[in-house]
Design a protein around this ligand. Structure first.
Ligand SMILES: [Zn+2]
Length: 384
């Protein structure tokens, strides 16, 4: 968001005279003051819709989250809202009905366990392997929904969850975008990100994406089908993998629909808790929290830390057990060492998580925690 800071090139709003922030990629800029849609070229003049987010929404959504979220409720009295910012992201929603009559040739690997007896009468298992070639064909159809952001660079961690929440509400008609011309700009709040991708580019992107998704779904289906066929033809054998040798998957888009350009609002709230600033993101129309970093509460921190110790115990324990039995039997001790390392890494990850959220702790405490954890682990290993 802030990474692509707009550059003003001296163009003013034709309706109210306010300066417009236009980037070289902009095709549409909406005036922040009066809502006038400014198209950078006459080649781009399309209907635009907006989902309004009103001024009073922003802090109200935050307050209600604070009151209703089970974790936030506990610390609500010590949380101070510092800033709310509403932003509109331009997007298209596409629906694609696709079908294909596919054909594929696959190599399926099969295996079978056979119990045998050696010369001294001890039983042992032997794994037999073989591969067979299977052809599959059939008809497949599916509807794909694709959300397209009309910008080249966006913060995907925020925009993706906003658009999937918007898609759901839009499909269910919980939210009805209105023509931009009818929007009441005296009540609407926020910055409108300029649109950079015109509808025809969005459409070809959505069509390509649809066919990629169709092909990938069909390949998954072909693999499952080929494995089933191979197992049916070879009773007692289990299919382990299927590789595509040849394929024909023509992508037919039977029906394609795309919404007009829509401006979808989200609210970024910055709040203070324990002297640190945290961020939470809400949808601008119904206030659902779609993304956020919550301060981690002491009890949760303890849980993370305990989880760290436990997983080290389990994995490292398993690792040492294997290590010891490997040394005894004279086989490869590397697996044991590997598991031991995994155990240490997992512990490192959980330990850093337990510290990260609660940046209130002093560095000394952090070190102590880590040291004591690894000391305990070493002590415990020495006992073995
Ligand atoms: Zn204006």
């Amino acid at each position: 968001m802030s990474s692509d800071a707009p550059r003003t090139v001296g163009i003013r709003c034709p309706r109210c005279g306010a300066p417009l922030e236009i980037t070289p990629e902009s095709i549409l800029v909406v005036c922040k003051y009066c809502g006038y849609p400014y198209w950078t070229s006459q080649a781009y003049v399309y209907p635009i819709y907006i989902v309004p987010s009103y001024s009073e929404h922003a802090s109200r959504f935050f307050e209600s989250w604070l009151k209703t979220d089970k974790d936030m409720r506990k610390i609500a009295s010590r949380v101070v809202l510092k800033q709310v910012q509403t932003t509109y992201v331009p997007a298209y929603l596409a629906d694609s009905y696709t079908s294909t009559d596919y054909y594929g040739k696959l190599r399926v690997r099969l295996e079978k366990r056979v119990t045998k007896k050696d010369s001294e009468g001890n039983t042992y298992t032997e794994i037999r392997r073989k591969s067979v070639t299977v052809t599959v064909d059939g008809h497949f159809e599916k509807e794909y929904q694709i959300n397209i952001v009309a910008r080249r660079s966006v913060d995907k961690t925020i925009v993706d969850p906003i658009l999937s929440h918007f898609r759901e509400d839009y499909n269910n008609r919980y939210v009805t975008p209105q023509p931009l011309a009818r929007a009441d700009w005296s009540k609407i709040k926020g910055d409108v990100l300029s649109a950079e991708i015109p509808p025809k580019d969005a459409e070809s992107y959505a069509r390509d994406e649809t066919c990629d998704m169709l092909i990938s779904d069909v390949i998954d289906g072909m693999r499952r089908k080929a494995k089933k066929i191979a197992e049916r033809r070879n009773p007692g054998w289990r299919a382990t993998s299927a590789d595509v040798l040849e394929k024909k998957i023509p992508c037919n888009i039977e029906k394609f629909q795309m919404s007009p350009l829509m401006l979808v609002p989200y609210i970024v709230a910055l709040y203070d808790y324990g002297g640190k600033i945290y961020k939470a993101v809400f949808s601008g129309w119904d206030g659902m929290r779609v993304w956020g970093e919550e301060p981690i509460l002491p009890t949760q921190r303890l849980l993370y830390y305990t989880a760290g110790l436990t997983s080290t115990g389990l994995l490292a324990g398993l690792g040492s057990a294997i290590l010891i039995s490997a040394i005894k039997s004279g086989s490869d001790p590397l697996i044991g060492i590997g598991l031991l390392l995994v155990g240490l890494l997992v512990n490192g990850k959980f330990a850093s998580l337990s510290i990260k959220g609660a940046r209130i702790e002093k560095i000394d405490d952090k070190k102590k925690e880590k040291e004591s954890a690894s000391e305990r682990l070493i002590e415990w290993l020495v006992k073995w």
